[in-house]
Design a protein around this ligand. Sequence first.
Ligand SMILES: [Zn+2]
Length: 146
Amino acid sequence: MESDEAITKITTIETKTVHVKIEYWDCGDGHHHKTEDSARRCVEKKEKSKEHQLQRDAIYARNICCARKVVSGSALKDVAEAMCISQTRVGQIITSILRRAWLVGEHKGIPFQLGIYEVRKNKDFWLKQIDLLSMAYFSGHRPGGS
Ligand SMILES: [Zn+2]
């Protein structure tokens, strides 16, 4: 009788679960680093690039501020003194910011001129352009930034 039972018995197949434990070093970015060293290097790299970006942002903000002041009528000399940079540098910053500001928004027939007296004649237009540039940069498009 025992052998008959064995023949009629249906072999059951079931699912089994195997748990695999994976240990990794967490850099906080979702990477699975195999060594502490590599996770540490990853974190350091990230911190450095964040620092550089913050520096670039601070410089950009300063440059925008410089351009706003000069366009609004402040003397180059005063702005240079307030920002602890040379007048030549202020001039370079204004040129660079105005060139970039020109590339955002609409110009409505206003010619591109870098002469400070011409720029001041269209002060409202240029201040608006500088605002647009600043918004574009700090909303992440970063024209002329990184
Ligand atoms: Zn990482």
